[in-house]
Design a protein around this ligand. Structure first.
Ligand code: ZN
Length: 208
């Protein structure tokens, strides 16, 4: 058994604040403050690690649905290689959606009527990009019901705090407890910790 949360932390893909107020915490793009941050590019940039995650039973292999699956489709850009690895394991096809203004579209691959599609995501936070990917697949398949999107979403990290997304179960490798607050209600600010942009201060946050 691998300690996958620890593997993700070692890879630098997950940072969790340790409660020490001398150390900074995260200022998110939304303006909220957080005691954790996830950046899965530090996992997906290692093809061997991604392959292990997909194929080891205690990571994703044991969580993949059984039965016929025709396509694995990931959202851009973080889940494209994940979709490829899962499809290789399942022996089916791999695809991805693309950003299209505020929405997403699925235009490079033709989905046959009745296709059974498994959706995957690198990080489920608000679920916004996964919802847009599902809508794009339904639109590309000719509307709701023409293709079958399986009732499971596969993810590397679920930090949404929820077990499902609109009724689809989220099966993730790791589910870290990450909290967000409005700045004025942030307990870390109250202790004197500094709020910093995580991507530009990644080394200061993670110590890597
Ligand atoms: Zn704060």
């Amino acid at each position: 058994m691998s300690d996958w949360l620890n593997e993700f932390r070692k890879a630098g893909a997950i940072w969790l604040h340790d409660g020490e107020p001398k150390r900074p915490h995260a200022l998110l793009t939304s303006g909220l403050h957080s005691d954790g941050f996830v950046n899965c590019t530090y996992v997906t940039q290692h093809p061997g690690l991604l392959k292990r995650i997909v194929n080891e039973p205690d990571a994703l292999a044991g969580k993949l649905p059984s039965g016929r699956i025709d396509w694995v489709i990931g959202s851009p850009m973080g889940a494209i290689t994940l979709a490829h690895e899962i499809a290789e394991r399942l022996g089916c096809r791999a695809g991805f959606t693309e950003k299209d203004g505020d929405a997403m579209s699925h235009k490079r691959f033709e989905l046959e009527p009745g296709a059974r599609v498994l959706v995957c995501e690198d990080v489920v936070s608000t679920g916004g990009s996964t919802r847009k990917t599902i809508e794009a697949i339904q639109a590309a398949g000719g509307g709701s019901g023409k293709v079958e999107i399986l009732p499971v979403v596969i993810a590397l990290v679920n930090r949404s705090g929820a077990a499902d997304l609109d009724g689809r179960k989220i099966e993730a490798v790791v589910t870290p407890a990450i909290h967000t607050w409005k700045p004025e209600a942030c307990p870390l600010c109250a202790k004197g910790s500094e709020a910093v942009r995580p991507k530009s201060h990644w080394k200061a946050l993670t110590g890597t």
